[in-house]
Design a protein around this ligand. Sequence first.
Ligand code: ADP
Length: 448
Amino acid sequence: MTQERRQIIFTTVVVAVLFAAYETGKTVLFPQMGAFTSHLVTTIIVISIAAVTARYVIHQQAFVLREREMSNLRLREALTAAERSSNLLSSILASVAEGLVITDRDTQVLLVNDAARALLGIGQRSTDRLADISRDPQAHRAFASVLAAGEDAEARVESWTGNGDMRERRLLHLHAAPLRLGQDRVDGVVGAFIDITQLEQLERVRQEFLANVSHELRTPLASITAYVETLLNGAIDDTENSLRFLHTIERNAERMRDLVDDVSELSAIESGAVRIGPTRLPLRRVVAEVFNGLAHRGAKSGIHLRNQIDEDFFVTADSRRLEQILTNLIDNAIKFNLPGGEVCVSAAISDDERHQLIRVRDTGPGISPEHLPRIFERFYRVDKARSREAGGTGLGLAIVKHLARAHGGEAYVTSEPGSGCEFTIKLPVREATHPNQEKVMSGVPYTV
Ligand code: ADP
């Protein structure tokens, strides 16, 4: 029974008792009171009591209504605040890049954010248990260890995203921490997943690179050591042979120097330590200078060098770096050519007029299609023996690609085996470039 109801019953009983007391008192104290006077007094008293009671009831009802309104208002405010906190939590969970998975003590999933769905390849599948999130035993072990020990745990978790041919392996770092809603008890586990696929790939590339460098250095070093030992063991007195040995030592030392130069060059470019200072350069003249530097090499094999660039073709590039790109490409085009072959350098504007294309074409045996996708990788060679014999480090094209990219451009190759290769450097057209360039440059032969 509510308090108001109790008050109303109590008030009614009090009124009834007072009225009974009044009637009894009136009969006892004023026995000779006339009927009219008695009715009048009774009516006045009843009206007064009714008025007081009505006022009391109205007041009570108004109070109850006000209370109800206040409590509705408080409820509405509490709901709005709860909704706001829930929206805030949802938007935080949706915006973090880490995949978050929260489970209770029985590994029932309480929450999975969108990033976790993407990283773990869950898509829109329902996720009730931890097994629906990941099948990797490492993830289950980490969650179980947090529940058992109440301490953070780390794990490397593998996941597969995409379907069919687009399936992709990802490596994730999992940091699992206890969820404590009270003081001591572990009520569940919060798992944060971070994508470390790229990091792992970079680490693998770095290790492969180091292994390659030491392998490349070991061969000439072994040769130098062997020849020095031979000389020390008496061959030094054999003038004819010792000279031959010394030349071999010199060649191997040069090879080591070239390799060390290329490695430090490549790592400087990759680390961003190399500054590109683009200026407006007359491409024909830059190519002519590179041809001059390599003329003796071309002449050895009777290779014709053709500069097919127009006088008014300008590029905006770092002068030294552009020379380096062209030297590497033209040197390869000479090295991997056939005796009496040809190397042509030409330039054009791309069809969308947003890029300049510098092309180095040769008439060598070309590169077969299976090698083309990997040709710009560090230390990738089609014919290892031939490359080493020709004094190559296996890093020339990797440097070319990085330098082209440092200019905001790209390097690529096309080849038809039997009819040579065409390497293209694509540079973005910049403001400073000469406006009157023709779309395709006319051929101007340049023969050494
Ligand atoms: P290298 O020091 O061996 O020349 P590069 O990185 O410059 O290293 O070239 C990688 C490999 O690409 C070479 O070993 C060679 O097999 C191939 N290659 C490069 N340029 C040509 C070309 N013009 N014709 C045929 N093969 C080439």
